[in-house]
Design a protein around this ligand. Structure first.
Ligand SMILES: C[S@@+](CC[C@H](N)C(=O)[O-])C[C@H]1O[C@@H](n2cnc3c(N)ncnc32)[C@H](O)[C@@H]1O
Length: 371
């Protein structure tokens, strides 16, 4: 049977109708109905029901109006693009803005070495305020504020803003994270990926993969790594996240082919040489032009009681295109993997061996990274 089988008449639904039907579905499921029963009552196929869940499940009813406005704006932006003079006039005239990248700190470089010219153009034109219904920084603040009270040892507020903005700018899918811990940063990544999806830059099936060496949250062994993300993300968003634990950068190539990853966030062990080893280990799976966000790049300065220099040695030692977060000193930054990956690898090896190691590392871990 096809998507709309012989028992279900094909019919177009408006976003409002879909949301109403999904609410009805929630009610029925809450009362114990099965998905086939719900689909039948809604007069749609099960495939359609699941597709709606993927597409709309993460939206609240009030988001629908915004979504429609966004679509109308996107159509207008596209129309304007075809008439460059008209776009110019609108922006200069103080009317609807076609490209508000500079509304958001750090979203100033839509020119992305890894992107196609067409994608660069679209990313540069994305009206994130329209997509999200508010300034992206505000949106990210709301996500951050929804973190559970029990978490600790997570990314700071300004660093979360930076991470969120880098995902919006990169438009990458999948997103990789090394170092899940409570999963606050995972939730930030997931919301950012969802925003990129709403902007039409990635497909419905966008994914976030988060790796942690530990299955349990280090500060509270009664919880699993990622439990904060499980609390913070609605089911329809959470299903885009894959938690891998116990797992490390060494496991990534089992799930991703060579040069298939365009975005990674490394926030795992911070003693030297761990961050450098993590990046070396990931390198074969990273595409030229990939963006790698590094956390705790000034950890021993920002928190003198934690003399872990690994991320700082790595970030400071690389001679590549990079971005810095806010803060004094900034504790987050991102680097771009150059087109010449073998020269980049040489830089990483020089950093690896250029500083005293702050921890012992198993020989097989080193071999995997440098081989
Ligand atoms: C600083 S916490 C991550 C915080 C998290 N990114 C956040 O902001 O919510 C570091 C995490 O990295 C994990 N970790 C340590 N060494 C690791 C390794 N070699 N590979 C993967 N994860 C590691 C730890 O178990 C810990 O959960």
């Amino acid at each position: 049977m096809g998507e709309e089988g012989t028992h279900v008449k094909r019919r177009r639904h408006t976003p409002e109708q879909v949301i109403r039907k999904l609410h009805e579905a929630d009610r029925m499921l809450g009362e114990g109905s099965t998905v086939p029963e719900v689909a039948k009552a809604l007069e749609v196929s099960e495939n359609t029901y699941h597709r709606w869940r993927r597409q709309f499940g993460a939206l609240k009813a009030e988001d629908v109006k915004r979504l429609k406005e966004t679509r109308a704006r996107e159509r207008q932006v596209e129309a304007d693009r075809r008439r460059p003079a008209a776009r110019h006039r609108r922006v200069e005239g103080g009317g609807r803005k076609a490209r508000p990248l500079d509304l958001v700190p750090w979203l100033d470089d839509a020119v992305h070495a890894a992107g196609t010219r067409d994608r660069k153009r679209r990313l540069g034109m994305t009206d994130w305020n329209a997509v999200l219904g508010c300034d992206p920084a505000e949106y990210c603040s709301r996500v951050y504020a929804s973190r559970p009270a029990w978490i600790t040892g997570y990314i700071g507020f300004e660093d979360a803003q930076f991470l969120f903005a880098r995902v919006l700018t990169s438009g990458a899918d999948p997103l990789l994270e090394i170092g899940t811990a409570s999963g606050l940063s995972t939730a930030i990544l997931c919301h950012a990926a969802h925003a990129v999806r709403l902007a039409g830059e990635v497909g419905d099936a966008f994914t976030i993969e988060s790796y942690d060496i530990d299955e349990r949250f280090y500060a509270d062994r009664s919880r699993r790594v990622g439990d904060a993300a499980r609390e913070m993300l609605e089911p329809a968003l959470l299903e885009h996240v894959t938690f891998r634990s116990p797992a490390t950068a060494a496991d990534v190539s089992a799930h991703h082919g060579p040069e298939t990853l365009a975005f990674a966030f490394i926030d795992a062990a911070h003693t030297h040489p761990w961050p450098t080893l993590d990046l070396l280990t990931l390198l074969p799976t990273l595409s030229p032009g990939a963006e790698v966000v590094l956390h705790d790049i000034n950890l021993p300065i920002a928190r003198p009681e934690t003399q872990h220099w690994g991320a700082k040695h790595l970030f400071d030692g690389l001679d590549v295109e990079r971005k810095l977060g806010r803060g004094d000193p900034p504790n987050i930054g991102s680097i771009r993997v150059p087109q010449d990956k073998s020269a980049f690898r040489e830089q990483l090896l020089a950093i690896l061996h250029g500083y005293e190691w702050e921890t012992e590392i198993d020989e097989d871990v080193i071999q995997l990274a440098v081989s």
